[in-house]
Design a protein around this ligand. Structure first.
Ligand SMILES: Nc1ncnc2c1ncn2[C@@H]1O[C@H](COP(=O)(O)OP(=O)(O)OP(=O)(O)O)[C@@H](O)[C@H]1O
Ligand SMILES: [Mg+2]
Length: 459
């Protein structure tokens, strides 16, 4: 499909020239002033707007730029000027233009600028859509264990900074989710979070994927290709499984992190990039760097801020909340009634060792949910899936976990029964309200919505 470009320009000679050269390449729309700009954009949804900064008439190019940013913020606007773009003031940047281009620039440069704007706007839209989807589907990090609370604090602290972060942890512990959360809370959240799974890349291609290449840089490089660093400019690059990056590329990566400049393969011209890097690994990189499998200098550069996500078996208190969270998501997905865990099934989940961590829990519940039809997940369905732990938890641990699980279920159902009136819940449990509060906090039970709690305020 041809991309649509809206030109807003009264300079007929320039526009005719553009159409003469690029008429076939894009689907063009023309306006000679900004009067109907917003309406035209809303009706014909162009992929990019080329806007003359020296428009005559009441609204200047800058005014129209502001209008477009306000009314149609997803459409990138490239400013066109008769002057040298280097001389243009910062005002258009401040108002959010995508870039500047001189009218006298070579036609190919104009075309490249248009294409870059289209591509980046596409990536941005995609990431926005993906972001919404992810937030809706997986929500936030679930869990109220001390370990999770600590993790949240670390995330909040590091999100405000620009430092490189290294996330470590076993497979399935939630490292990618942590990376997303850091990005979502950072000032870069409106830009792209670009994940790159380094383990999935062919070794010989890692450098060109990360840094890009020029046409003809190597056999098979038939066209110029921007790298992930350039694509993530202004945003965050998530280098998943960083331990799999080949040694020679590790050296280049270190230089990019230091200098914030990338050299696409086959080019001697550096491209400045403004990218925050978050890396993750489930390998023991410290050991790898000691015995020469990973560059030590890069290891230290990456772990400016290390974040460790503990395995699920070390925070079993999170299992009831996580399990219910996944069951709720499943029920939503499959348009079925909400399903709860029986206490026997919860005890079984608590007894498992979870080598695959949260991902394993999620998969087990998915299977069990599909294979049960009541609104309580029965233990029998889980029995085949979750084998009891080889090394049993100590009696004390197992007992405490089972009791916590019981308390959690008990209080949750009592809250429902009392329509969220916590004073009533406390009374029935022979506890003070403060005692109940503390207990709920320890067990990670959320307070009911304000709306339902008002009755207790009225007492
Ligand atoms: N605390 C959590 N709350 C909610 N969902 C979680 C949590 N931790 C993990 N998950 C879910 O578990 C699954 C695995 O998480 P994720 O992909 O982040 O793990 P990972 O550590 O990157 O694993 P790997 O090392 O195998 O890549 C995902 O579906 C994720 O949404
Ligand atoms: Mg991962």
């Amino acid at each position: 499909m041809m991309h649509r470009v809206l030109s807003i320009d009264d300079d007929e000679v320039f526009v005719d020239d553009l159409l003469y050269h690029l008429g076939e390449r894009f689907d063009w729309l023309k306006l000679t002033d900004g009067a109907g700009a917003i309406r035209t954009i809303e009706e014909s949804l162009p992929d990019v707007v080329l806007l003359d900064i020296e428009l005559p008439g009441e609204a200047s190019g800058l005014d129209i730029l502001s209008d477009i940013r306000k009314e149609a913020p997803r459409v990138p606007v490239v400013m066109v000027t008769r002057h040298d773009p280097a001389d243009m003031g910062a005002e258009a940047w401040r108002r959010g233009c995508f870039g500047y281009i001189a009218k006298c620039a070579p036609i190919e440069q104009l075309a490249a600028q248009i294409e870059r704007a289209i591509e980046e706007a596409g990536l941005y839209r995609e990431s926005e859509a993906r972001r919404q989807e992810i937030l809706e589907r997986t929500g936030r990090l679930v869990g109220e264990s001390r370990a999770m609370q600590g993790l949240r604090e670390e995330i909040a602290r590091v999100a405000r900074t620009e430092t490189t972060v290294l996330i470590t942890g076993e497979t399935g512990t939630g490292k990618e989710l942590v990376a997303r959360e850091i990005h979502e809370r950072s000032p870069r959240r409106h830009r792209l979070l670009l994940p790159v799974n380094c383990a999935a890349l062919e070794k010989s291609l890692v450098a060109s994927v990360l840094f890009g290449h020029e046409k003809g840089a190597f056999t098979g490089a038939v066209r110029r290709q921007p790298g992930k660093f350039a694509m993530a400019d202004g945003g965050t690059l998530f280098l998943d499984e960083i331990g799999e990056v080949p040694m020679d590329v590790q050296g280049v990566l270190l230089r990019v992190l230091e200098d914030k400049v990338v050299y696409p393969l086959g080019s001697s011209k550096g491209v400045p990039v403004d990218v925050r890097v978050i890396a993750s690994t489930n390998r023991d990189l410290a050991a790898d760097s000691r015995n020469g499998r990973f560059r030590e200098d890069l290891y230290y550069r990456l772990r400016v801020v290390p974040i460790h996500v503990p395995p699920l078996r070390e925070r079993k208190e999170d299992i009831p909340l996580l399990a219910q969270h996944f069951l709720d998501l499943l029920a939503l997905d499959m348009k079925r009634k909400r399903c709860r865990l029986s206490s026997a099934s919860l005890t079984r989940l608590l007894g498992h060792h979870w080598p695959g961590n949260v991902r394993e829990l999620r998969h087990v519940l998915q299977y069990a949910f599909i294979h049960s039809d009541g609104d309580v997940l029965e233990d029998a369905v889980l029995a085949n899936l979750v084998q009891p732990e080889v090394r049993q938890a100590t009696y004390k641990e197992a007992r405490r976990q089972a009791m916590d699980a019981f308390d959690r279920n008990f209080i949750a159902s009592l809250i429902r029964e009392c329509d969220g009136n916590l004073s009533e819940v406390a009374r029935r449990m022979h506890l003070s309200r403060e005692g109940l509060r503390k207990m709920m906090k320890r067990l990670g039970i959320e307070r009911p919505d304000r709306g339902t709690d008002t009755c207790s305020a009225a007492e």
